[in-house]
Design a binder for this molecule. Sequence first.
Ligand SMILES: Cc1cc2nc3c(=O)[nH]c(=O)nc-3n(C[C@H](O)[C@H](O)[C@H](O)COP(=O)(O)OP(=O)(O)OC[C@H]3O[C@@H](n4cnc5c(N)ncnc54)[C@H](O)[C@@H]3O)c2cc1C
Length: 424
Amino acid sequence: MREHYDVLVAGAGPAGLAAAQAAASHGARVGLLDAQPRAGGQVWRHDVRLPAVRAARQAIDTLQGVELLARHSVVAVESSALRVETSQDSRLLSYGALVLATGARELLLPFPGWTLPGVTGAGGLQALAKQGWPVAGKRVVIAGSGPLLLAAADTLRKHGAQVLGIFEQASADAVRSFAWQLRQWPARAWQAAGLRLRLAGVPYRFGSFVRKAVGDDAVRGVEIETPGGVQHIACDLLAVGYGLVPHTELASLLGCALDDTDTHPHVQVDALLRTSVAKIHAAGESCGIGGLAVARIEGAMAGHVATGDIASANSLMPQRDRARRFGALLARHFALDPRLHTLADDQTPICRCEDVRLGALASFGDARAAKLATRCGMGACQGRICGTALAELGRFPRSGARPPIFPARLATLAGLATLSSDDA
Ligand SMILES: Cc1cc2nc3c(=O)[nH]c(=O)nc-3n(C[C@H](O)[C@H](O)[C@H](O)COP(=O)(O)OP(=O)(O)OC[C@H]3O[C@@H](n4cnc5c(N)ncnc54)[C@H](O)[C@@H]3O)c2cc1C
């Protein structure tokens, strides 16, 4: 089964929604696909208990002339088309132009106890709560880095969790300087002030990071390094996230060049968000972490360019450049403390899918050799967690993407023309 769209948008977060709407405004036949059951991406993920924010409602409910293809997960690329798996079958979607708006995931770093039940990412726990996982009355410690920790704490409190503290690895000076410079982005400054106000009474500590999670069949407590010494806190849940990493796997499969000047690559685009492959555009977090405003502006730009309206895209460029500077500010002020790279010991599981410990990787010089010998990175997450963590730890760079980029049914795999025996 094959369906053709003038413009196909992969990812229905803020960037994809804006791209689809902009492309549809030019009369194109537009398909907007997402693996999730609802549009919204990460920041606008549907919350089973709380109403959506106004911007999300506007972007999702007023989508006009766009075919929303929910529960469509792109797993591979075949003959210039995307192989997607739906809840019933798999199909090929071809396109005149493609916009990649695949977003980002959390950066998780290993420490002793990080695989205990009850230890999650910060955004991960936020997403679970929004989807109905019960956190009411649970004692939660939040740690890691960046403004997402505050957003996660706010959501968890709204769902009834007791947030015992937020532990930010960046120093107090770095966070103060970040807050001071936020005045250049008034909307961001108001958002931050609102969050701090709602989180009044929740301890927010700087220069502090999780050394160890302790527990037996689940996490029972956490050991935190603070500027004043080691602190022990008993808790039911521990949520730790060290910022975000762009999703580049689909772009890689399509042959788009990646910019790998940073530890974690992003999709390389020109000023008009065209990738190195003709007719393929990219927008939002997949082009580098920049936040919600960047995603929305770049999405609109990419949608216009995909339908040939360069003038409308050009008119958005100053706004985009300004919003992108916020991403640079984030990266500078929340740079990771090198001590975070030394927390895992030889016994710490690094690949939780295949139960590979860090010590087992000592003799390997690259990710492929390690994978062939230990199965590290061959589990359901396809190395998205362990490969990214190993790159951050400076062990080896993340190896390239192979199909299927997401777990797929056997029937889908059997039909893949691109799955050579070398990829299996
Ligand atoms: C876990 C998490 C929580 C976050 N929470 C907040 C928050 O509370 N506040 C905030 O300001 N920012 C938050 N962010 C940051 C937020 O992601 C960005 O600001 C913004 O949502 C980026 O928009 P985007 O459209 O670029 O990407 P996203 O919103 O990430 O959207 C990308 C979409 O692409 C889809 N996708 C990716 N690959 C495929 C594929 N192969 N097949 C099908 N679909 C695919 C995903 O399902 C996703 O819906 C969070 C980020 C993460 C990772």
